[in-house]
Design a protein around this ligand. Structure first.
Ligand code: ATP
Length: 249
């Protein structure tokens, strides 16, 4: 297993607030990593540090891949759904333009974007307005946009927020398929579905606790309302400490 990204002793503070403390984490080439933790625990900050959206000041983030090999699907793609843009045009926005053209895109760019849409089974919606798609379909389009640069790792920040459980499962089935070739890292609160797909879990609440989920550890989680502590408890991971009112048995 190759280390795509090596995070060593990474700490971060905004003004006077320590948000991350001495984080150590290796992101491996075939991983499906779930990053979980409470609100304000520092998950998005960690992604931003990996993506160079924030400057690393303490510790190191070693990337053994090029920056463009990191695909990113941001949280809440604050899209004005009335904006008259098609699914294909959204995907083309993530594309590295091959030939400079003043207007429009060349055939190769469009073929490549169509290929990305195909990978997420959205090719039939290429000319649909993004605002006319369901939340799950829209998320697939944003995943297609991130696929344009043929990433080796894909970071997804809350990809299933405000999508129903059926839609969440469909997104994770897609990610499972992509995980045959690409390392997947998902930040999410919707862990009841996510933990059925993840191979490893990083729980972040300023510090990081890492869990390897062995294959036979995988549990069929039927109740989507189970809370985080109960789920980790079910996995036999009782050392997690957070401000939950539920006890860990
Ligand atoms: N630009 C900023 N300036 C100051 N503080 C910030 C900034 N961005 C985030 N924070 C604070 O840093 C802490 C960690 O935020 P972060 O967004 O990384 O957490 P998170 O785990 O992703 O939270 P959530 O699950 O709610 O998305 C929070 O207390 C937040 O208020």
């Amino acid at each position: 297993m190759n280390k795509l990204i090596e995070i060593k002793e990474l700490s971060y503070r905004y003004e006077n607030v320590n948000v991350l403390e001495r984080i150590n984490l290796d992101i491996l080439d075939n991983d499906f990593l779930a990053i979980i933790g409470p609100n304000g625990g520092g998950k998005s900050t960690l992604l931003k540090l990996i993506l160079n959206l924030l400057k690393v000041k303490n510790g190191t983030v070693i990337k053994n891949i090029k920056n463009e090999e990191i695909g990113y699907v941001p949280q809440n793609t604050n899209l004005n759904t009335d904006f008259p843009i098609t699914a294909l045009e959204v995907v083309l926005m993530g594309h590295k333009i091959t030939k400079k053209k003043l207007f429009g895109y060349c055939k190769e760019d469009i073929a490549c974007a169509m290929d990305s849409l195909k990978k997420v089974e959205m090719q039939d919606y290429a000319n649909s307005k993004i605002g006319d798609l369901s939340g799950g379909q829209r998320q697939r389009v944003f995943i297609a946009r991130a696929l344009c640069t043929t990433p080796k790792v894909m970071l997804l920040d809350e990809p299933t927020a405000s999508i129903d459980v059926k839609g969440q499962k469909e997104i994770y089935e897609l990610l499972k398929e992509l995980n045959k070739k690409i390392c997947i890292v998902v930040v999410s609160h919707d862990i009841s579905v996510l933990l059925n797909y993840a191979k490893n879990v990083a729980h972040i609440n300023k510090t990081l606790v890492y869990h390897h989920l062995k294959v036979d550890d995988s549990i069929e989680i039927c109740d989507e309302h189970l809370c985080e502590v109960e789920l980790l408890s079910a996995l036999g991971k009782t050392e997690i400490c957070c401000n939950h009112t539920h006890g860990v048995h």
